[in-house]
Design a protein around this ligand. Structure first.
Ligand SMILES: Nc1ncnc2c1ncn2[C@@H]1O[C@H](COP(=O)(O)OP(=O)(O)OP(=O)(O)O)[C@@H](O)[C@H]1O
Ligand SMILES: [Mg+2]
Length: 267
């Protein structure tokens, strides 16, 4: 198992992405034509070992979600490449599941129906039993028949996590999954993610704006610069869970991350 963990799962090489930015104001037309290129990713390279929980941090708008869409095969880079298990990514895969930044449940389906969406025969007794297990795993027992508007924000995120996990993904992409939650619920979800990662042993890519969240969850943190972004720091974290950030080397790393992000706050 340990040997398996050292294998490279994802290799990102010199990834570049530029969007065409349409200009509507006349003065721009005269300066640079009807459009110009807006560089977002400027040569991003890193590799992620199998089973690694990698957290991505970086300023808003630096291209984190764009990078996720490229790695998961939903969007093409301008140049550079992404290899998963040594093979170039050519499109989305059912083995790679995403929990996006926005609320992703279908409002006309119940929690149970949402969770079962990716299953082949979701109405079969076996599938229903499995859905019950996942409802229980994420603390939603008894809420399977609730529609999303009848669930709290935290419960909706839990249902989304269950919907992703039931697919037994090889790689789980999570784009700021807990960003909109209150502080205490976020702490609970954080603990649950550590358990999920230990139970399922999958490769997880996780975007967050919360430096503490990254330090508590990550086996690796990749910090991006402002747009057009590059890798500012690729940091391996080999600390057992649960992690206390108020003492020792983790406290120092936290300080260092704040410092590198240009944040000058007393910690
Ligand atoms: N489809 C698109 N067309 C044009 N520009 C885009 C498109 N998608 C993203 N962008 C631009 O790319 C930049 C990066 O966007 P992205 O959503 O990847 O940032 P982010 O790091 O995820 O930000 P946040 O932390 O706020 O979620 C932004 O300037 C955005 O306007
Ligand atoms: Mg984003």
């Amino acid at each position: 198992m340990e040997q398996e963990k050292t294998l490279t799962k994802i290799e990102v090489r010199e990834l570049k992405k530029a969007y065409i930015e349409r200009r509507t104001k006349k003065r721009f037309y005269s300066q640079c034509g009807a459009h110009e290129y807006c560089p977002v990713l400027d040569g991003i390279s890193f590799s992620i070992p199998t089973g690694c929980f990698t957290c991505f941090i970086g300023p808003s708008g630096c291209g984190k979600s764009t990078m996720f869409r490229i790695i998961s095969g939903f969007e093409e880079p301008t140049s550079g490449s992404v290899l998963i298990d040594g093979k170039e990514v050519e499109g989305p895969s059912s083995r790679h599941v995403c929990v996006f930044q926005e609320d992703g449940l279908f409002p006309w389906f119940t929690a149970r129906e949402n969770i079962g969406l990716g299953l082949k025969d979701a109405r079969s007794p076996g599938a229903q039993e499995e859905i019950e297990e996942y409802l229980e795993l994420v603390g939603l027992s008894g809420f399977g028949d609730h529609y999303p508007h009848e669930l709290s924000g935290g419960m909706r995120r839990r249902a989304e996590v269950a919907r992703a996990l039931i697919m037994n993904p090889d790689i789980l992409f999570m784009d700021e999954p807990f960003g909109a939650l209150d502080f205490v619920t976020r702490l609970q979800m954080r603990e649950e993610m550590v358990n999920v990662h230990q139970m399922f042993d999958m490769t997880i890519l996780f975007i967050t704006h919360d430096i503490d969240e990254a330090l508590q969850l990550g086996d690796k943190i990749i910090m991006l610069t402002d747009r057009p972004s590059k890798v500012a720091w690729d940091l391996d974290l080999d600390f057992p869970h649960p992690r206390d950030l108020s003492v020792g080397p983790l406290r120092e790393l936290r300080r260092e991350i704040y410092h590198r992000m240009g944040l000058h706050v007393a910690l």
